[in-house]
Ligand binder design. Structure first.
Ligand code: CMC
Length: 364
């Protein structure tokens, strides 16, 4: 067997699976999810309908949008009933770790497929962790509501404005899947061993949590707060880059142009009624950061990625920054579960090779 050795160690360009779920064109700045451009579905399709389409593409099963809405609503109710058993596992942990512990403690359901229960559960757990940490009463789900509307209601204890529901739905759709990203790959590796979707999705979440992947939006908001005013933009960014730090919300392994999700989420923010964050400052930070990164790395196109506007949108939706990664997971769970199903339906055990560079046994 001829070994193909990748000169860089990040598996760039290595094809690890065939997928019908999503496609990222990094040169053109295009993202296709379930056969549609992300910009065409973010404001036109609800999250549950997209979930149904992805699961159908994954394993050819018959599911429609109505079934998905009804079953995900039911899954929220089931997950809420289990919170008293699940939440003690999260005591004393930071939010991102608490979400992982809750996920690990959540048991499968006899009546609901794992992908449905996991999708319903993630929104419920994220909202419950936010409220319990604020010392607030937990709000039971309303299975009649759409997923985005119910997540906001469970977070706040009251119905959200319809522009906010549309904003969160656009977010959930936009980040639902994204090719062979690190967390999806982690989930597919676990699924390829025949392990259950619960195992695969726990692994995927752990991979998501790092700042180079889904852990970036909280630091984006911290950066905007630390910059604070227009006159501090250049000194702050220049100092961060000269210390060798990475600017959160910029750069991508695949995109060589602006991440198309950034514009969708920017539009979602602009459509919110009464949005509070000063977009003027964020826009100036973005413009300066792009210029500074071009000067900093002239050979490496570093542009705005999804996390910059994720931070601004989720903050405007009054979601606390510590919950940004769990909310990302509550959206990406649909992609992860679809990839796990697809891997088990069509794939083989994922078992790559390594290049041995260690010591050899002494010659006898
Ligand atoms: N700020 C400053 N320098 C950067 C940045 C950045 N945001 N991104 C990359 N670089 C530099 C990097 O330090 C490296 O320099 P050197 O060659 O001197 O070591 C060079 O550019 C090439 O970087 P790389 O590590 O080869 O890039 P990558 O493809 O491995 O990393 C990335 C992609 C997203 C991890 C990286 O751009 C980054 O760390 N960005 C900041 C964190 C962030 O916004 N993460 C969210 C990613 S989008 C969500 C998702 O889809 O998962």
């Amino acid at each position: 067997m001829t070994l193909q050795v990748n000169p860089v160690t990040g598996l760039d360009g290595v094809i690890a699976a065939e997928t019908a779920l999503s496609h990222v064109d990094g040169e053109k700045g295009e993202l296709i999810i379930g056969g549609a451009s992300v910009g065409d579905i973010a404001f036109a399709e609800d999250f549950e309908a997209l979930a149904a389409r992805l699961w159908v593409l994954a394993d050819g099963s018959q599911r429609d949008a109505g079934d998905a809405r009804r079953l995900i609503g039911m899954a929220r109710v089931r997950a809420f009933e289990r919170l008293s058993a699940v939440l003690p596992a999260t005591d004393g942990l930071p939010m991102v770790d608490a979400f992982r512990a809750a996920l690990a403690a959540m048991a499968p359901d006899d009546d609901l497929p794992d992908e449905i229960l996991l999708t319903g559960a993630m929104g419920v757990v994220a909202a419950a962790l936010v409220r319990s940490r604020n010392g607030e009463r937990l709000i039971a789900p309303d299975p009649e509501l759409g997923h985005a509307a119910d997540i906001l209601r469970m977070l706040r204890g009251m119905q959200a404005h319809e522009s906010e529901v549309a904003g969160l739905n656009a977010y959930l759709v936009t980040v639902s899947d994204h090719g062979m990203n690190a967390s999806t790959f982690a989930g597919r590796v676990v699924a390829s061993t025949g392990a259950s979707p619960f195992m695969a999705i726990t692994a995927a979440y752990c991979a998501l949590s790092g700042p180079l992947h889904g852990g970036a939006p909280e630091p984006v908001l911290n950066m905007l707060d630390a910059i604070g005013s227009a006159d501090n933009i250049a000194p702050w960014i220049d100092a961060a880059l000269s210390r060798g730090e990475r600017l959160m919300g910029f750069g991508h392994r695949i995109y060589r142009v602006r991440d198309p999700r950034a514009d969708v989420l920017k539009t979602a923010f602009e459509r919110l009624e009464g949005a509070v964050r000063d977009m003027n400052l964020a826009a100036q930070v973005e413009a300066y950061a792009r210029k500074a990164l071009e000067a900093h790395k002239p050979d490496r196109k570093l542009d705005t990625n999804v996390e910059f506007y994720t931070a601004i949108l989720l903050d405007a939706l009054k979601i606390p920054r510590q919950a940004f990664t769990p909310i990302f997971a509550a959206a990406r769970v649909v992609g992860w579960t679809a990839h796990a199903l697809e891997q088990q339906y069509k794939g083989r055990l994922l078992r790559p090779a390594s290049l041995y560079v260690g010591p050899m046994p002494a010659k006898r």
